[in-house]
Write a protein of this length. Sequence first.
Length: 288
Amino acid sequence: MQWDDEVKIAVSGLAGERHIVISDVGSRNSNDILFCLPGILEVKSTFLGLSPLIDQGYRIVTLDYCGRGNSDYLKHANHYKISTYIEDVLAVYDYIINSNKHENPLLKKFNLNVWRIQSKSIHLLGNSMGGLIAAVIANRKLPAIKSLILNDISSLIPWAGLFSLYGNLSQSTLQMPSYGNFSSSNDLAKTLNVDPNLLKAVMQATHLDIPFKNSMNGIEFTSLFKTLSIPICLIYSMESKLVNSLALHHFKKYAADAKLVGVNGSSHPVKFDAFVSKELSEFIDQQK
């Protein structure tokens, strides 16, 4: 199963000119837009499990960051970093806002180029690294962004969780629990549908170029979360190495009112099934 509604968007920034591909599914008349941000080596198809929400009236917009899926690969591997993906996300945000502008016929009669933005609600949903990017975007307090949904990521990444993510990529036999073992990075990149250079780039310290602090417990993103002012929902695996009891304790200090949804198992990120979709829908309904 795939979403056929693909749109190509031009992006310009410090990483150069490029095109990224997005999926935009559901009614343009929907008042609730789920803006879904993939994880570090994910492509937009990871959100296909949310398809039933389209029948409930949601519009879903998601993207392939540069270096993933059908989006352009970057010429220089050192340009793969979170600030580059933020450029991609902001370009898609502009696309969403512009797609909801409607010219006022009365003002047009007087040759006044004035636009009215319909009242829409954008709900950011980020898987793993995408959750950190979503927190960055939410802190910018952009119009129409109403809530933040995090999938198996919080304000603290414990060291054990970090090693579970990156350790497998540094082995001579590359291991990805969801896909199997691979003898070369090219084979893994082909299976993941990503630029082979991306696998090396995500291992570099320069890839994580948003504010953080190393501590005894792990990598802390306190500055991203302590200033958030919109409702937050955290979905996490009950056996998660990324969102363990230590991470939950840290998160609650800065998001005491957040909705917490624990899901059985150790999947990272949490898979989108009927239960998770229902929890997401209920959380969004509470913001109306």
